[in-house]
Design a protein around this ligand. Structure first.
Ligand SMILES: [Zn+2]
Length: 262
């Protein structure tokens, strides 16, 4: 965009906006993001020297300097207790984050819309929950192209239905990551790989009491909780007591972006 004609005011303004965005954006930017409606946000660095596309930042915990935690819910199996979780969050005025697969989004559009309407942050959890490295599923690792497709299909669906982007947040299925996933995710516009600090183990069949106990005893400033909306998990049943208990310990709740903020 800088090529050719001398800088006009409009071009200059755009450059400033781009620079500002680049400064605010997470480290990794996507110089060659796949064509997708999510390109509604201008590509950071457009018209300037492209930012180096380093590997994605892997986060296990938010800012420890703030007494705030992030509740994140994975949605990749059935509709489960999503509506119940949303009810609790609404009643308690808690803003959370949902890591959803594209397949889940397609199959539960009403719930996806309810999540977005609730003001919760959306995280890309791949399209069909395939392990990117294959480690947890004893399968071949996905190629860079397959990974890009997993991410873009989900992003496209979510963006079409809600007008929201999942970028820059990616939660890897099974938590499977390695250096190649870090590089590929960053290249696809997912500069932040969201792991977790506390796993309530609801997905493993823990009863609600044990989930509450675990969630409260492992609380720490900046903690990222991973829970699940699926019917296999009692996380939804435990949620009201988790929120009460964390509040009693002086914690507030934020989206993944809120807890990661400096
Ligand atoms: Zn998952």
């Amino acid at each position: 965009m800088r090529r050719g004609s001398p800088a006009r005011p409009g071009v200059l303004a755009l450059t400033i906006i781009a620079l500002t965005l680049a400064a605010c954006a997470t480290r990794a930017t996507a110089p060659a993001a796949p064509a997708s409606p999510a390109a509604a946000t201008p590509a950071p660095g457009a018209g300037t020297t492209p930012a180096p596309a380093g590997p994605a930042r892997i986060v296990y915990r938010g800012n420890p300097a703030r007494r705030m935690v992030a509740l994140t819910f994975d949605a990749g199996s059935d509709a489960g207790f999503t509506a119940q979780v949303l009810d609790t969050l609404r009643r308690e005025h808690v803003r959370a984050s949902f890591a959803i697969t594209g397949l889940w989004a397609e199959q539960h559009r009403d719930l996806l819309l309810a999540i977005a309407a609730g003001g919760h942050r959306l995280i890309n959890h791949s399209y069909d929950h395939a392990s990117f490295t294959g480690r947890s599923t004893a399968t071949a690792p996905l190629s860079a192209r397959q990974r890009a497709l997993e991410l873009s299909r989900t992003e496209t669906t979510v963006y079409h239905l809600t007008g929201r982007t999942t970028r820059p947040y990616f939660r890897p299925p099974y938590g499977d990551i390695d250096a190649s996933v870090e590089a590929d995710a960053a290249r696809d516009g997912y500069g932040t790989i969201v792991m977790w600090t506390v796993d309530t183990l609801g997905w493993k069949g823990a009863p609600a009491d044990a989930i509450v106990q675990r969630a409260l005893s492992q609380a720490e400033p900046g903690a990222i909780y991973v829970m699940h909306v699926g019917s296999a998990s009692q996380d939804a049943a435990a949620l009201p007591r988790i929120i009460d208990g964390l509040r009693a310990q002086g914690y507030s709740f934020g989206s993944i972006g809120d807890v990661l903020a400096p």
